[in-house]
Design a protein around this ligand. Structure first.
Ligand code: CU
Length: 406
């Protein structure tokens, strides 16, 4: 279906609903719940007042295209950040699916309202799949917001759902769609999510240096950092994506890690500092300017202006494999895992120095790299599963990026 046809369909549906006297909320195409926001754009502008300790965000779930590092174009499902967009325009936000999903960065103590609008899948309108947002790793989320379709609620095509979270525990989490999760995660509905601690903003001295940003409420500044970068490990296979595009059943057992990636890109696309160029061929929308891979995984640290202590928030949302990563030549200290500070019941630090970190799907780790004693230069963060250093048939790619210390 072309964008224009889809547009006409939406307008036709809206006109039909209006003719029947159905109210806007019953029609429910886009319905944002955000305290203090009166025009539904999930932000506070003009006379709108933001309540204290409140965060809002609005994302869409849909489909689109991404480009692998060997040039192959892949059909994907994904999320798009539409915070600041009026509801009437969000409905037309078709064929825009980011991989990886927009990063959600939150503050402990805040109440978070996340609206998800399912805009439908342009290439697969026959699927009528719902989508959801699962906050992976949250210990105390309301079951109704869990995202698994059977025990919780999931918005169908053309409708919205607002998730509510009371953010009480800092850490590195991740989020993904939980509707037919093996398919929807493999298709690209996954992103990074972290909660910053209340301790942020309170200066603490650790190791002779003063920090104001921390991974956890450590009390002693030991998780203080100067710069943080989030890197999500993941992979695409080709069979699932080709099957979904060509309306074929998916052979789940044959999912294969042929495109290992960091933040939705294989090396050398990982070190492109900006968004990747628009996909070359997208039959489902007239928009040829949309960039679906926005998040770089190039890590730079300018010690003169940014400091020396680098925090890597690592997570793995690959469906098929464990990944082991190393940063050859850089000292790695793991200070947290699974959104928990590594600290024993007596308060003893259980941080450890390592040369590699291994993460299974759904696992995260906070790795501190103190560059104070290393030479300036370009270092590589890469997987020690050497078969994953490829972009399908192309060698010298895959799960690798650069850490540039200046
Ligand atoms: Cu989904």
């Amino acid at each position: 279906m072309t964008n224009l046809t889809q547009r006409k369909l939406w307008i036709g549906l809206a006109a039909g609903a209006a003719a029947l006297g159905i109210s806007a909320s019953a029609r429910a195409a886009v319905f944002v719940q955000c305290p203090g926001d009166t025009n539904g754009d999930a932000t506070w502008t003009g006379s709108e007042t933001r309540p204290a300790n409140t965060s809002c965000m609005h994302i869409t779930g849909g489909d689109g295209f991404v480009t692998m590092a060997d040039g192959r174009q892949m059909y994907n499902f994904g999320f798009e950040d539409v915070t600041g967009t009026r509801p009437a325009d969000v409905v037309l936000n078709l064929a825009r699916a980011n991989f990886v999903a927009p990063t959600i960065e939150l503050q402990e103590g805040n109440k978070f309202y996340l609206t998800l609008t399912n805009v439908g899948m342009v290439a697969r309108p026959d699927l009528f799949d719902a989508h959801s947002v699962h906050f992976h790793g949250f210990a105390n989320q309301a079951p109704i917001f869990d995202g698994v379709p059977e025990p919780s609620i999931t918005p169908n095509m053309g409708s919205s759902l607002t998730y509510f979270y009371n953010l009480t525990e800092p850490g590195t989490y991740m989020y993904h769609c939980h509707f037919e999760a093996a398919e929807h995660i493999q298709m690209g509905m996954q992103g990074q999510l972290f909660v910053k601690p209340r301790q942020d903003g309170t200066p603490k001295v650790f190791g002779g240096r003063t920090y104001t940003r921390f991974v956890y409420n450590d009390g002693d500044g030991s998780t203080g950092y100067d710069k943080a970068v989030a890197l999500q490990l993941t992979a695409f296979d080709t069979a699932t994506h080709e099957s979904d595009l060509n309306i074929q059943p998916i052979d789940f057992n044959s999912m294969k890690t042929v495109y290992p990636m960091i933040n939705g890109r294989g090396y050398p696309d990982t070190i492109n500092p900006g968004a990747l160029p628009p996909t070359q061929f997208d039959p489902y929308t007239a928009d040829t300017t949309y960039q679906s891979q926005k998040i770089t995984s190039l890590v730079t640290l300018d010690r003169g202006t940014e400091g020396t202590r680098l925090l890597l928030r690592l997570s793995n949302l690959g469906v098929a494999d464990y990944y082991t990563v190393t940063a050859l030549g850089l000292p790695m200290k793991v200070v947290g895992a699974g959104a928990r500070q590594l600290r024993g019941p007596s308060g003893k630090d259980l941080y450890y120095d390592t040369s590699s970190v291994t993460l299974g799907g759904g696992e995260s780790a906070e790795v501190m790299i103190d560059t104070a004693s290393v030479s300036p230069g370009t270092y590589f963060l890469y997987t020690r599963n050497l078969n994953f250093l490829s972009n399908n048939q192309d060698d010298y790619g895959g799960l690798m990026t650069e850490i540039v210390v200046r």
